[in-house]
Design a protein around this ligand. Structure first.
Ligand code: GDP
Length: 175
């Protein structure tokens, strides 16, 4: 059980983005078997842990999911408190979710730490026939805003591991 494993660091990171972009599925993909989902119905936030080896260190990544609260614009500052990283997710098949990114970034930069590592994720890359946001639009936005960027598919398990690892190793590099 990874929960009981010795670890050198604990990093908190958050998932953020419009409803139904695939945040919960990305998290369950990443957390998979070594999984400890701790449901907190009272505050409506869920999180999962996974231990990651970076060099000779073990980092326990604690990743928070909004549990649907973004639908009500009810994400509070406590969600972001202490977070060192964020996966900012949009859905490549819904342009509106890409257009919301500016709003989410503003919130992240307002509530989060100034050093926060942000990985921009264009999810549902398996649905190319329904694509509304091109790869280079995601890339340009990321470059402009100084974010890491990746397209993923939680469904086909494409780049999911890479996106989370990018975030965790980048946090490790700056701390
Ligand atoms: P959340 O509200 O952001 O947490 O989104 P969910 O993880 O609940 O996903 C919303 C819907 O999108 C669900 O029906 C998922 O099955 C679907 N979904 C999530 N990720 C993918 C993906 O990578 N590809 C496809 N085709 N569907 C996805």
């Amino acid at each position: 059980n990874s929960f009981d494993e010795e670890c050198d660091y604990l990093f908190k990171a958050v998932l953020i983005g419009d409803s139904a972009v695939g945040k919960s599925n990305l998290l369950s993909r990443f957390a998979k078997d070594e999984f400890c989902l701790d449901s907190k119905p009272t505050i409506g936030v869920e999180f999962a842990y996974r231990n990651i080896k970076v060099g000779d260190k073990v980092i326990k990544a604690q990743i928070w999911d909004t549990a649907g609260q973004e639908r009500f614009r009810a994400i509070t500052s406590s969600y972001y408190r202490g977070a060192l990283g964020a996966l900012l997710v949009y859905d490549i098949t819904r342009r509106s979710t890409f257009e919301s990114l500016k709003k989410w970034l503003k919130e992240l930069r307002h509530f989060g730490s100034s050093e926060m590592v942000i990985v921009l994720v264009g999810n549902k890359s398996d649905l190319i026939q329904f694509r509304e946001v091109n790869l280079d639009e995601g890339q340009s936005f990321a470059q402009l805003e100084d974010l890491f960027f990746m397209e993923t598919s939680a469904k086909e398990n494409l780049n999911v591991e890479d996106a989370f690892l990018k975030m965790v190793t980048s946090i490790y590099d700056i701390t």
